[in-house]
Design a protein around this ligand. Structure first.
Ligand SMILES: Cc1ncc(COP(=O)(O)O)c(C=O)c1O
Length: 369
């Protein structure tokens, strides 16, 4: 039993490192009552545009709505198909359905956990319009390869960067080779709000206009609705929190990478398959995911030793009750299916101490014995 339980993510520890800045930013919003729209949202959108290099940033209610609004803004015909990796959070697929399409699940690469483009080749059909590149666990997909694949089949590319704020690979940043990027600012994300939040980014002015309308009832002037949109806005309080946290994000990302390095070093002797970076620096380590046999037993031994590990995700999308209608079989997704019961995410957050990392590694070593 370790002295104090080690959580998967420690939001409290982070808050305490930036308490004065956050408290003052929140007090400013309360003082000005700029709750919906207004200067804090505008400021964060400008800050995030600078950070991502995107020309347009539209703050929305959460990362799920960001995907829905992105897909709606692409004006796809009902029944379109979107390629979605079999292992991601349900939001990626849900948005496709709610935008009037059908998610076409694709197996993932065994080492990177990212959508396998070779497999995707076999899934493209006359209805396929979009490929959703999910930068899972913080690792960016090979975007030039995604672009070539998309161009070959005349597909649009949407990047789901809910777990990959600020990632780049081979000198290419998130957003450089796609039409639209979506972000989540769920509290536990690398850039997390103190409630729900999300954003859509694009370099395309026409798309940006549509996204702006989509997220606020189909119009950009009050009571002038050009179409039925939805109500999904980033609010002033979240925007002010995010502007503060964004200033710290580069440092936090460096620390996440450092933590991952320490894990690599300590876990290498255990013979586990550790996260591999396809390109040095391409991973922003939202999660540190490895694979173990008898996962449930390992999780319970870790729990007894005060280490809270997670699983992302225990049931891959094709096998969820929500997608029973597609009647998928394990053999359609051999990699995803084989990995599903073995994935384990270790505690990783910028404030984790080296001592805590050592405790996690030691506990894992003991759990595997
Ligand atoms: C890959 C991925 N896409 C989309 C989402 C949805 O984001 P939100 O929870 O903000 O709706 C998440 C968040 O959990 C995610 O991890």
């Amino acid at each position: 039993m370790t002295s104090k339980p080690i959580p998967l993510v420690d939001l409290k520890a982070q808050y305490h490192t930036i308490k004065a800045e956050i408290d003052s930013a929140v007090a400013d919003v309360l003082d000005s009552c700029a709750f919906i729209g207004g200067r804090y949202v505008e400021q964060f959108e400008a800050d995030f545009a600078l950070f991502t290099g995107a020309r347009h940033v539209i703050g929305v209610g959460n990362g799920t709505d960001a995907l829905l609004i992105a897909l709606r803004s692409l004006q796809l015909e009902p029944g379109f198909e979107a390629l979605v990796p079999a292992n991601t959070f349900i939001a990626t697929a849900e948005a496709v359905t709610h935008a009037g399409g059908r998610p076409r699940f694709c197996d993932v690469d065994a080492d990177s956990y990212l959508l396998d483009l070779d497999r995707a080749e076999q899934l493209v059909n006359d209805s396929t319009r979009v490929v959703i590149a999910v930068h899972l666990y913080g690792q960016m997909m090979d975007m030039p390869a995604v672009r070539r694949f998309a161009d070959r089949h005349q597909l649009l590319v949407v990047e789901d960067a809910a777990q990959a704020h600020g990632a780049q690979r081979g000198g290419i940043r998130v957003g450089e080779l796609s039409s639209i990027v979506t972000y989540s600012f769920y509290p536990a994300k690398n850039l997390g709000a103190y409630g729900d939040g999300g954003a859509v980014t694009t370099d395309d002015e026409r798309l940006a206009g549509l996204i702006r309308k989509w997220h606020t009832h189909g119009g950009d002037q009050k009571y002038r609705h050009e179409f039925e949109g939805i109500n999904s806005r980033l609010d002033g309080l979240q925007a002010a929190v995010l502007s503060v946290k964004l200033r710290h994000l580069p440092q936090w990302t460096l620390r996440r990478r450092e933590v991952a390095e320490i894990y690599h070093r300590l876990l290498e002797p255990l013979g586990l398959s550790l996260p591999r970076e396809s390109d040095p620096g391409s991973h922003v380590y939202h999660l540190y995911v490895t694979r173990v046999d008898r996962r449930d037993r390992v999780l319970s031994v870790l729990q007894d030793k005060g280490v809270h590990a997670g699983v992302h995700y225990p049931i891959a999308l094709p096998f969820l009750e929500a997608y029973e209608r597609f009647g998928h079989k394990p053999e359609e997704f051999p990699v995803t299916y084989a990995q599903m019961d073995r994935l384990i995410s270790l505690p990783l957050f910028p404030e984790i101490t080296t001592g805590q990392i050592e405790q996690v590694a030691q506990a894992l070593g003991e759990a595997l014995r």
